[in-house]
Design a protein. Structure first.
Lengths: 308, 614
């Protein structure tokens, strides 16, 4: 085990609401062949609870069982044993589906429809009155920034545009619970940031979001709690900040520290007998650098970033 | 449906009849029970393999119970959304190409269909029914079988399944969407066919003035010019109005309009009586045998086609057609139009050109009053006789010289009138079937008949799409295509298969199963006993024969549950110029409706129990 603390059962319950919206009990899924013989045990006895208003991340490498978990929670798969409950009910029930939104991994949408038709179609599935539907479609098209391409068939869309319209369809019913399966797949860094911001906005609106990803950075910024799955088993579960906290190291960050001050700090640390320490300027992440360049470029078009 | 088939009234069709006929309602109810039983059993077995017997029971029971409120909560708005999606999908995937292909072929059809043939209407109508029918059925199969599997393969169905949509709504939406496309294409094909039909056979002639001469009645007789592969003989009255004889299934009306270059100017109008929708009033057929005793069947002359039963010449043998409810509507201008389609069976050649002579007369079944025989010659062609209402009495001694068909012959409580046919030539036979002699009651709109015929194709489209969709709920595209194609072909030949199954089943009950079923056949094979040798009278033979009977019963049930598309096909009525009875259309509708509900339920359960993401 690394320096990361295990907080599986002791995660601090800082939640806006204690209502459990998702619960799995001993949830197991075994894929079988035509003759009923076991092919893969995709999920083994998963116990989870997701509470209202939190962003819950399902993290794991490919084949770890996170997509299977999501499909079980959506009623797209039936459990081999155990139980999955959403809002306390079987997820295949219509009453459950009225309250959820789902962005699949590849935005599986009808490519012969255009953006407006797509949202109109999904809106009709919710029995929305026509005027409400029309208003919602307009809002969502604006939200995902596809007004300029709303009449183009989806087969002409780029992957990023398809993800955006996929997200819009997931939000068409203003759901309480949103499942996002690998939401940043196919997005550029700007799109990834926007997606993360959107997830945070959804949280601010009191919605519960379940996100799967194998990109660790995707969840680090946004998730309140994460579950780490590997080979179908739950390996870790807890609050992100608690899981990432390195308890035996200390970090001091300060702006405009003078060289004499740095020397003094170094002297103090040596006096305390601390051997492995470093005092240096921090580096930013490549994502942050990229985003700042793009923002600057948008503010002052035609100028090279950082030329001043 | 064939024109020789007896058309039952809706009530007769629905309710059981004495003998082999169960009636539509009982068949539907029985099929439903069988379907539910085997559906539950199959579901339980499959679920037991996967989940064990107790959970399987819970699953099957739960799904069955849940289905009722789910069916009741079907949302028209969601079904409409799914329908519109399926419609758009089909249109944008170029389903209308089928219509383009149809139009393209129709553009060149005139090259290959000969309007100068003896029976051009029959040829044209057969083509204009069968070609669009096969094309639209092919389109229906292709539309229905690939859509759901493609949705599952592309995973687009994930976004549907995670919305509040019921499996039945997904099924119904697709069904209605594809049906919309099929209907659109079929209607377009029907309109083009109708226009093509009316234009392709439209023609006129000129009167050949040199051929005109006056006959003994003062009428002008002659002939027309040779057009469209034929010419007509003409007869014009002194007022200048006339008509041609019937040639190539039509006549022309001729009218004199003044003079041209000092000669009378005759105008030959476009063809008439080409497209007909004659209404048949058929009667109940019985026979008198050669000794004059009443019997249900005539003489069997050994024809394979058992529709015709025969009347022997110069004996007391007769065919009796009994018509009920005879009233004024049976007569046209004081005449009773009776059409004879009589088969001839010769035991010696005789004069092959002249046909076989016979007589017909009318009898009051209560009073036995009868008219004098009217001679006719049967030549195996449709022969329309206009019989005057007043007929000479056969029995002059009774005091009545003339008998009125309505006031004397049909003067009994149920207004019954018998038409009896006898054969006048010794050693020769006249064959009649239940629909071969009838009274022509009216001539209805051909256009309506054409629409009714196309409605039959539409019913077939409904069946093919529904079956295709059901197969696509549990099979992948190509396999579903194969299954649908087999189902469609079976449906087209189902009548023969059903006939075989029925004859085996009822035959086995009456006379035993000649040679036995598969198990007995196997026993005979291994014990080297051919079908002529009786098996020993032992317990194991009894068991084998009982097992074979169960097998036969299962086959009989299955065969009778599968659809018979031939009953949805009334094009022979159209081709032969008969009105398609409303009862036939209603029977077709109810049959399709029955299958529709059953198949929607089957599709629902398959979709409901399907793991979409597996």
């Amino acid at each position: 085990m690394s320096a990361t603390q295990s907080t599986t059962a002791t995660a601090e319950p800082v939640r806006p609401d204690n209502e459990v919206v998702i619960e799995t009990r001993n949830l197991t899924k075994i894929y079988r062949d035509f003759w009923g013989r076991q092919k893969v045990r995709a999920l083994k006895a998963l116990d989870l609870e997701v509470r209202r208003g939190e962003i819950f991340g399902l993290l794991g490498p490919n084949g770890s069982g996170k997509s299977t978990t999501m499909k079980l929670l959506l009623g797209l798969l039936f459990p081999t044993s155990g139980q999955a409950l959403v809002f306390g009910e079987d997820p295949s029930k219509v009453s459950v589906k009225e309250r959820i939104g789902f962005l699949p991994e590849e935005s599986y949408l009808y490519r012969f429809l255009n953006a407006r038709e797509t949202l109109e179609f999904y809106g009709q599935l919710f029995d929305m009155p026509a005027d409400v539907r029309a208003r919602r479609v307009n809002e969502l098209i604006d939200l995902v920034g596809l007004k300029w391409a709303e009449r183009r068939q989806l087969k002409e869309y780029s992957k990023g545009m398809t993800r955006r319209i996929g997200l819009a369809q997931a939000l068409i019913n203003d759901p309480e619970l949103i499942f996002l399966d690998e939401p940043t797949t196919g997005l550029d860094p700007l799109g990834i940031r926007e997606m993360k911001d959107l997830i945070l906005r959804l949280k601010e609106q009191g919605k519960t979001v379940v996100v799967t990803s194998h990109q660790l950075a995707d969840l680090e910024d946004v998730a309140d709690r994460i579950a780490i799955l590997h080979q179908g088993e739950l390996k870790e579960l807890g609050r992100v900040d608690a899981l990432l906290k390195v308890s035996d190291e200390t970090e001091i960050r300060a702006k405009g520290l003078s060289e004499p001050a740095k020397e003094e700090i170094r002297a103090i640390l040596e006096r305390e007998g601390i051997q492995n320490f470093s005092i240096e300027n921090p580096t930013t992440t490549l994502e942050e650098l990229f985003l700042s360049i793009v923002r600057e470029s948008e503010e002052r078009p035609g100028r090279r970033a950082g030329s001043e | 449906m064939r024109i020789e088939d007896n058309v039952l009234t809706l009530l007769e069709w629905l309710l059981p009849q004495a003998g082999e006929y169960w009636g539509g309602l009982l068949v539907f109810a029985s099929a439903l029970v069988v379907l539910i039983f085997f559906g539950l059993l199959g579901g339980y077995i499959l679920s037991t393999i996967r989940n064990g017997p107790f959970e399987a029971f819970y699953n099957v029971f739960g799904t069955a119970v849940q289905s009722v409120p789910e069916f009741l909560s079907i949302s028209p708005r969601r079904v409409w959304a799914m329908t519109w999606l399926a419609f758009q999908e089909s249109i944008r995937k170029k389903a209308l190409v089928a219509f383009g292909l149809f139009v393209l072929i129709m553009l060149f059809a005139g090259w290959f269909i000969e309007p100068s043939a003896d029976e051009p209407v029959r040829i044209y109508l057969s083509f204009l029914f069968n070609f669009p029918r096969w094309l639209v059925l092919l389109l229906a199969v292709l539309l229905s079988v690939f859509s759901l599997p493609e949705d599952i393969k592309r995973k687009t169905i994930y976004t549907i399944y995670t919305k509040p949509v019921l499996p039945s709504e997904i099924f119904l939406g697709r069904l209605f969407g594809f049906l919309g496309v099929g209907t659109l294409v079929l209607v377009a094909m029907g309109v083009v066919s109708y226009v093509f039909l009316s234009q392709a056979l439209n023609h006129s002639h000129d009167v050949v003035l040199d051929s005109l001469r006056e006959d003994e009645d003062g009428y002008l007789v002659g002939e027309t010019s040779f057009n469209a592969g034929h010419r007509h003989e003409i007869r014009i009255d002194p007022d200048g109005i006339g008509q041609t004889n019937r040639e190539n299934q039509h006549i022309h009306v001729i009218e004199q309009r003044g003079e041209r270059d000092g000669e009378p100017n005759y105008v030959v109008h476009n063809p008439t009586e080409m497209f007909q929708a004659r209404v048949r009033q058929t009667g109940r057929l019985r026979f008198l045998d050669r000794t004059g005793n009443l019997t249900s069947k005539g003489i069997d002359v050994g024809h394979e086609w058992q529709y015709y039963s025969h009347v022997e010449g110069q004996t007391l043998s007769a065919a009796i057609f009994e018509f009920e409810g005879v009233d004024e509507s049976f007569f046209t201008d004081g005449m009773l139009p009776v059409e004879f389609n009589i088969n001839v069976f010769r035991t010696f050649m005789g004069d092959i050109e002249s046909g076989i002579r016979g007589d017909f007369y009318f009898v009051n079944p209560d009073t036995e009053q009868r008219t004098a025989p009217i001679p006719f010659t049967a030549s195996e062609e449709a022969d329309l006789k206009l019989v005057p209402r007043q007929q000479p009495s056969y029995d002059a001694e009774s005091g009545e010289v003339m008998l009125d068909l309505l006031d004397d012959i049909a003067n009994n409580p149920r207004r019954r009138m018998e038409l009896r046919i006898t054969c006048a030539e010794r050693g020769q036979y006249l064959g009649v079937g239940s629909n071969s002699v009838y009274i022509l009651k009216a001539n209805r709109s051909f256009t309506m008949n054409f629409i009714k015929c196309y409605l039959g194709i539409w019913f077939q489209v409904v069946m093919v799409i529904t079956f295709g969709l059901v197969f696509s709920t549990f099979l992948n595209g190509p396999v579903a295509l194969l299954a649908s194609a087999i189902a469609m072909l079976y449906g087209i030949f189902a009548r023969d298969v059903r006939g075989l199954a029925n004859s085996l089943w009822y035959g086995a009950q009456q006379t035993g199963w000649y040679g036995g079923g598969p198990l007995e056949a196997m026993v005979r094979l291994f014990s080297q006993k051919n079908i002529m040798i009786d098996l020993p009278d032992s317990a194991w033979v009894f068991v084998v024969q009982k097992i074979d009977n169960v097998f036969l019963f299962v086959i009989w049930v299955v065969v009778n549950m599968l659809p018979d598309y031939s009953m949805l096909d009334a094009h022979l009525f159209l081709v032969e110029g008969y009105d398609i009875p409303a009862a036939v259309v209603l029977q077709q509708f109810l049959t399709v409706l029955g299958f529709f509900f059953a198949l929607v339920a089957v599709g629902y359960f398959f979709l409901k129990s399907k793991e979409i993401a597996a």
